[in-house]
Design a protein around this ligand. Structure first.
Ligand code: PLP
Length: 401
């Protein structure tokens, strides 16, 4: 007789599982729609992108589809680690301009960052401890709990520490960092990240760096990759995505970097890289060839210019929203190097009460900060990845809220 995975069942049944909390928010939005069918809803809840794929990407996708439909040009399975052209372009056109030198064999193509963030743990022992920012992009702790890894430490990020966690006092084996951060929009300076790299080197810990929003960084001298820091290849894995920078959220494409230099206490140099390749063969077998063709287009010189325009569009959105909030005296963070604004609830409202009040009075639905962890209580995240017209209308409503 089969029996269920008790770890996964435990995650789902926690009173505060992401699924349950999202369900609560979605239900409140549905109730609002039912009660006020004539009112406009401004959905700034999720990290959903709104803009279409860029012209260069579309053109290459069309050509790719035509080739797949022709007996003479059809292709079947691809290398599990991804197309070599795409891996090379990630090294040359993404990392090299940042002053980072990587070998294409260190880059693995993923179907988005999410699967990498959730699956990378398979490289490590289930007995390893994990440090996770609080608040954080949800699912990371749940992905660990679902395989029975329970030694999870939270790294608190609040207004006092500028939403940057202190370097832990105890030894933690795996540390997840995300900058620019979702949900707070905070960025980390080289000095601040360096403290973590030194920690990783001293404790033989691995930093798993989520750089999904790196292309949103505008502030000079803020690192866009952990590999811009000395020694970081020895102790870091980086995960990135085309979702936000090129509107691939539905198309699905990302990558992770596992440097050959990275070692843990019982591995030799290059072994973790080989293990991930083996894991990809066992469980993945590669990202869609069409999505990879699109990724190659997005990293071409023209594609990069178009992606820059996409990022600028979202940054203008976030600027409009943040200006309205600032004008109205809200305390808010982020919104400069990130498409997210982290708004402090006025009048000491709880996250959920602020969410409700804003929704009822303006039709704007944000994401209650408590969904990202206990340190998110008392905040609301607004996403500026939506349509310009909605952002302009919502900004007006926020100025008068
Ligand atoms: N990491 C962070 C911080 C995110 O905000 C998201 C998506 O919103 C992801 C990872 C997942 O990205 P992807 O669409 O590439 O799976």
């Amino acid at each position: 007789m089969a029996s269920k995975n008790l770890n996964l069942s435990y995650v789902l049944n926690q009173y505060n599982s992401s699924d349950k909390l999202y369900g609560t928010v979605l239900q409140k939005i549905e109730e609002f729609k039912l009660l006020h069918p004539q009112r406009k809803l401004y959905l700034m809840t999720f990290g959903y992108t709104s803009q279409p794929l860029s012209p260069t990407v579309i053109q290459k996708l069309r050509e790719g589809v035509t080739r797949l439909g022709d007996l003479k040009t059809y292709t079947s399975y691809e290398p599990v680690a991804g197309k070599s052209q795409l891996r090379e372009l990630i090294c040359c056109n993404h990392y090299q301009p940042l002053g980072v030198s990587l070998d294409p064999s260190e880059v693995f193509i993923l179907d988005g960052a999410q699967s990498g963030l959730g699956n990378i743990q398979e490289l490590f022992s289930v007995d390893d401890s994990v440090g996770i920012q609080n608040p954080t992009y949800p699912y990371i702790s749940e992905s660990h709990l679902s395989v029975g890894r329970h030694q999870i430490f939270t790294l608190d990020c609040d207004q006092d520490n500028g939403f940057l966690p202190e370097v832990p006092e105890q030894a933690i084996d795996l540390i997840y960092l995300c900058f620019p951060n979702n949900p707070t929009g905070a960025v980390a300076t080289s000095e601040q990240l360096n403290l973590f790299v030194n920690y990783g080197m001293n404790h033989q810990s691995v930093i798993i760096f989520d750089a999904v929003y790196s292309q949103f960084v505008q502030t000079p001298d803020i690192p866009k990759s952990i590999y811009q820091l000395k020694n970081s290849k020895q102790c870091s894995i980086e995960i990135n995505s085309f979702s936000k920078v090129a509107n691939f959220a539905g198309l699905r494409l990302g990558w992770c970097v596992i440097p050959h230099e990275l070692t843990v206490k019982n591995s030799f140099p290059g072994e973790l890289n080989q293990m991930w390749n083996a894991r990809s063969s066992i469980k993945f077998w590669g990202a869609s060839n069409l999505a990879q063709i699109a990724g190659i287009a997005a990293l071409s010189e023209r594609g990069k210019q178009e992606s820059k325009a996409i990022v600028e569009f979202y940054l203008k959105n976030v600027y409009l929203l943040k200006s309205a909030l600032d004008k109205n005296g809200f305390t808010c963070f982020g919104g400069i190097d990130s498409p997210y604004i982290w708004v402090k609830a006025p009048d000491q409202l709880s996250s959920l009460d602020f969410f409700n009040r804003l929704l009822q009075q303006t039709g704007i639905a944000g994401m209650p900060g408590c969904l990202f962890g206990s340190c998110g209580e008392g905040y609301l995240r607004l996403s500026a990845l939506g349509y310009r017209e909605d952002i302009e209308e919502a900004s007006l409503k926020l100025s008068n809220f």
